[in-house]
Design a protein around this ligand. Structure first.
Ligand code: ATP
Ligand code: MG
Length: 226
């Protein structure tokens, strides 16, 4: 498998007042196309930081993050935005849906930003894909947690990214809904060969991953093929 994501000795720390908080302390990791990779580890171990760096929402202090063979530190802001818009889909823990927009408008939004033709048709297609055909006109507060998460997944997928990053995609969901969301992710992974990288605390979700990276104190404690 060619690598879609490669991290080489990535270090990241935060400055909190006078305190220096090390978040990642030399992470090296390769993720292949079509992978379904879970990032586990205790709270504060660096999972969200790692996802943010892969998604180029933040830059490392040192080390190299490359996406599809491109070293992110060599790209300017416009090139980074273009890369994000084209290749990366984000699913955030708190969904980050826009409350005043309906489900279909939320999903359509990234397409409008990138001037894609026929955004409505494409948004409806993807909503059907995640089983929300009947809910396209609902606003986020008119949807259940699982349905909101499906909208967030649809929005992440609508631009057909090759990499989907999800920060605890099932954290706010009951176990039944978590399983549904996970099955949906697996289905999309198998059908579209989309690469999924997601953080989780949930042992059930970890069990379904193809690979598991366990972080501890900002280092890779274990990489396991499942
Ligand atoms: N913006 C920030 N400013 C200062 N410190 C931060 C910031 N973001 C994260 N940290 C610190 O970096 C470390 C790693 O945080 P991170 O959010 O990546 O952990 P996590 O594994 O995602 O935890 P959780 O499971 O609780 O979501 C922690 O010690 C955290 O306190
Ligand atoms: Mg986190």
């Amino acid at each position: 498998m060619p690598h879609v994501v490669k991290l080489t000795d990535v270090v990241k720390s935060y400055q909190l007042g006078k305190t220096h908080v090390p978040a990642l302390q030399g992470i090296s990791l390769e993720v292949g196309r079509g992978d379904f990779l879970a990032i586990g580890g205790p709270s504060g171990s660096g999972k969200s930081t790692l996802l943010n760096l892969i998604g180029s929402l933040d830059l490392p202090d040192s080390g190299i993050v490359s996406i599809a063979g491109q070293d992110l530190s060599q790209l300017n802001d416009n090139q980074l935005s273009a890369l994000r818009a084209k290749r990366v889909g984000f699913i955030f823990q708190s969904f980050n849906l826009i409350p005043v927009l309906t489900a279909v408008e939320n999903v359509e939004y990234p397409l409008l930003l990138s001037n894609t033709p026929n955004p409505r048709t494409r948004a409806l297609e993807v909503l059907a894909h995640v089983g929300l055909t009947e809910f396209t006109k609902h606003r986020p507060n008119e949807l259940s947690g699982g349905q909101r998460q499906r909208v967030a997944i649809a929005r992440a997928l609508v631009t057909k990214p090759d990499i989907i990053l999800a920060d605890e995609p099932t954290a706010n969901l009951d176990s039944h809904t978590s399983e549904e969301i996970l099955n949906l992710m697996l289905h999309l992974n198998q059908k579209d060969q989309a690469t999924f990288i997601f953080s989780t605390h949930d042992p059930l979700v970890m069990d379904q991953a193809r690979r598991l990276v366990r972080l501890k104190d900002g280092t890779v404690q274990e990489i396991r093929d499942l």
